[in-house]
Design a protein around this ligand. Structure first.
Ligand code: KIV
Length: 268
């Protein structure tokens, strides 16, 4: 079967077919997730919290991301239908265009097919430069965990009208600059639906309701392996005696069929 590419995801948006995204940090999990039909593997800097035990993603380095991207890329290549591998550029490795381009080069050469960066319209010059150089980009808006210290905690973003309107404009500006995907984290479901309608690139949501083109979860969370507070947007798929591959397939199917996320997983 043909590997998933950015064109596959664009076509899926045009045809209104939802796709699923899951974090992966190692080869075994990457292969299992791709074999379960998950379209995008996100080598998320959430690995700082769930793999390394840090209290935020801030301590994650570019070297960590390169290491985990290489492992995920090798596992993914063994799958029957390889997924698209998207890697986070970690905290303060893309503050200016030259630094961001060098960081993107490192993870792309380790096996990523796409990079993800957190921020709003200040990212436009970097996104444009990466697009010109052939690097697909996902722009992450809303709750951007690398800014947790600035936010003063993990809070829903875009709740008031002015901030919601600004987020719509930022999403449009990033898509116009060349971003291939927008990711929205912890934003009201109605705002996520509005952004999904107003941009012509796929929109992935997490804590963003059921109207986006795709959904992402952290793999440990959907396997019921989180040890602290369970966020509202998480669903445990490791139920009814399922094996891990069965739970992964259930997640992919529920996203595809619009069953997950349900109303209770979103924010009003
Ligand atoms: O790092 C990560 O896992 C992420 C997702 C939560 C979207 O950015």
């Amino acid at each position: 079967m043909t590997a998933i590419s950015i064109r596959t995801l664009q076509t899926m948006k045009q045809e209104q077919q939802r796709f699923s995204v899951l974090t992966a940090y190692d080869a075994t999990f990457a292969q299992l997730a791709a074999d379960a039909g998950i379209e995008v593997l996100l080598v998320g800097d959430s690995l700082g919290m769930v793999v390394q035990g840090q209290s935020s993603t801030v301590p994650v380095s570019l070297e960590h991301m390169v290491y985990h991207t290489a492992a995920v890329a090798l596992g993914n290549a063994r799958a029957a239908r390889p997924a698209l591998v998207m890697t986070d550029l970690p905290f303060m490795t893309y503050g200016d265009v030259a630094t961001g381009v060098a960081s993107a080069r490192a993870v792309m050469q380790a096996g990523a097919h796409m990079v993800k960066v957190e921020g709003d319209d200040w990212l436009v010059p970097l996104v444009a430069s990466l697009a010109q150089q052939g690097v697909p980009v996902c722009a992450h808006l809303g709750l951007t965990p690398q800014s947790v210290n600035k936010f003063g905690g993990y809070r829903v973003q875009g709740r008031d009208d002015a901030k919601a309107d600004a987020m719509v404009e930022h999403a449009k500006a990033l898509a116009n600059a060349g971003a291939d995907i927008i990711l929205l984290e912890c934003v009201p479901s109605a705002l996520a639906a509005r952004i999904t309608e107003h941009v012509n690139v796929p929109v992935i949501g997490i804590g963003a309701g059921g109207q986006t083109d795709a959904q992402v979860l952290v793999c440990y969370d959907m396997l019921g392996l989180n040890t602290g507070h369970t966020p509202k947007f998480v669903k445990n798929f490791m139920i009814d005696g399922r094996t891990v591959p069965e739970a992964l397939k259930a997640y992919a199917n529920e996203v595809r069929e619009g069953v997950f996320p349900a109303l209770e997983h979103g924010f009003a």
